[in-house]
Design a protein around this ligand. Structure first.
Ligand SMILES: [Zn+2]
Length: 228
């Protein structure tokens, strides 16, 4: 092996088939957008391979502000590319921000649904909450099922709730559906639990009225909302 390598210049990353290089760059992108941008500056080939859907779809957005306070066309274009390539985090952010600030409600909901369907836990939680707020009967049940039974959210409800609240604290909530939530459980004798949804449904007795649990969950969200 050592002798074989002596005569050649070794295996260069540039000699990799494009699909392999693309996969390498996608993995780099998924752990750090900064590293991806550095890689793009290395050479023309890296630059070209990086400008592809699979990279936009997987790139980490950790380094990007959730709400852009100043217009930045480069960043906006990059995030748009991410959404068009179905990057779940990009779809989740756009969908939640737009829905709660009452912009393009239908397409916002589609973004959150798409992110949730691709396995994004925060999006699944946000979708459950939105369904509960906006829905009656069928949609409300769908929201409840998502929060209580979804495999993606198993053991992660509290974390996702905290993440959604952190996002909502950065924006002005203008969508009227969140302003005056009506009580879901009408049973006067039901006592509200003080805690939120069970972290893990298997560990907690399923004795609580589902509608009460629903009221508690949306109550937590409403209590933390900054309105304008
Ligand atoms: Zn109840």
């Amino acid at each position: 092996m050592a002798n074989e390598q002596k005569g050649s210049s070794g295996t260069s990353i540039l000699s990799l088939p494009t699909e392999v290089l693309s996969e390498v760059l996608a993995r780099v992108a998924s752990s750090s957008s900064t590293d991806l941008f550095r890689a793009k500056l290395c050479c023309k080939l890296f630059y070209e391979v990086s400008d592809a859907n699979n990279i936009y779809q997987r790139v980490s957005l950790d380094k990007f502000e959730i709400v852009l306070w100043q217009k930045n066309h480069k960043v906006s274009r990059f995030l748009k590319n991410c959404r068009e390539s179905k990057n779940p985090e990009a779809l989740y952010r756009k969908g939640v921000v737009d829905f709660f600030t009452d912009k393009h409600e239908d397409s916002a909901l589609e973004c959150v649904e798409e992110a949730a369907n691709s396995g994004h836990a925060d999006a699944a939680y946000a979708l459950g909450i939105i369904y509960i707020f906006v829905g009656r009967d069928e949609l409300k049940c769908k929201g409840l099922r998502l929060l209580k039974k979804s495999r993606i959210l198993k053991g992660r409800v509290k974390l996702c709730s905290d993440n959604l609240l952190a996002l909502l604290r950065m924006i002005w909530v203008k969508n009227l559906v969140f302003l005056n939530p009506t009580s879901i459980c009408f049973a006067m004798t039901h006592e509200r639990k003080t805690s939120s949804w069970p972290m893990d449904a298997d560990e907690v007795e399923e004795s609580t009225c589902e509608d009460c649990a629903c009221d508690e969950e949306i109550g937590t969200i409403c209590a933390a909302l900054p309105y304008r």
